[in-house]
Design a protein around this ligand. Structure first.
Ligand code: PLP
Length: 227
């Protein structure tokens, strides 16, 4: 058995049943994705629209593609025909564009709002107040080709487990709050808490995550990051 298959089986064997695994395949070749596919994995995460579209074209059509990166509005049209979940939505303007492109494709596209939970300036995301602002917005309520299915967040990159735990617990608390207040809207169905990566997914699950995004633990270290 080769490493990707081994890594994947090992990871899955230790995951609670309610936790969905997104295999983050950014920068990795199609052969690596196919190996994970042969081992039963069907959900893959990419952070560049062009790369994801190329992989979508080349690989089996029953793969579900998740966009986990920062999304530029002018590129939404390229993934609208096939993307199954957009994790990092952080503006109403972007939602309006996703809605427009989803409509053109006769689809309803599932999205997560990204909550900023880390210390680092470099990580994207909305504040709690900004999330509430979107959910209260009248135009938002009229977008019937998108569905907000949950929240996503990235913790600070640190060895300090207590610190990470605080950030993930904060996201879980905001999730519970917005679910309670806004789940009745026609374009919301809060059920996904996307948090946890290779270095912190165990903490994330302990804090209530039900969707983890794991790359290097499955595919090995990435030797470059696409800009
Ligand atoms: C790259 C990436 C991951 C996966 O990171 P690993 O440390 O390789 O598991 C998860 N989420 C996002 C948003 C990413 O960009």
């Amino acid at each position: 058995m080769s490493t990707i298959t081994e890594n994947l089986n090992h990871l899955k064997a230790n995951l609670p049943n309610n936790v969905c695994l997104v295999a983050v395949s950014k920068t990795k070749p199609n052969e690596a994705i196919l190996e994970a596919y042969e081992a039963g994995q069907r959900i893959f995460g990419e952070n560049k629209i062009q790369e994801m579209s190329d992989k979508y074209e080349a690989l089996p059509k029953d793969i579900e593609w998740h966009m986990i990166g920062h999304v530029q509005r002018n590129k939404v049209k390229y993934m609208a025909p096939f993307v199954s979940l957009i994790h990092g939505v952080e503006s109403l303007k972007l939602l309006i564009e996703i809605n427009k492109q989803a409509k053109k494709n006769n689809r309803v596209i599932s999205c997560l709002l990204q909550l900023f939970i880390a210390d680092e300036e470099t990580k994207f995301g909305l504040s709690e107040a900004e999330i509430l602002e979107i959910l209260n917005n009248e135009e938002f309520k009229s977008l019937n080709h998108i569905k907000i299915v949950g929240l996503m967040g990235m913790a600070t990159f640190t060895e300090d487990k207590i610190h990470i735990e605080k950030e993930f617990s904060y996201l879980k608390a905001i999730f519970d709050k917005v679910k309670k207040q806004y789940n009745h809207l026609p374009n919301t169905d809060f059920n996904i808490i996307s948090m946890g990566m290779s270095n912190d997914y165990k903490i994330a699950i302990a804090c209530g995550s039900n969707m983890i995004r794991v790359g290097s633990t499955i595919f090995g270290e990435r030797n470059y990051e696409l800009k």
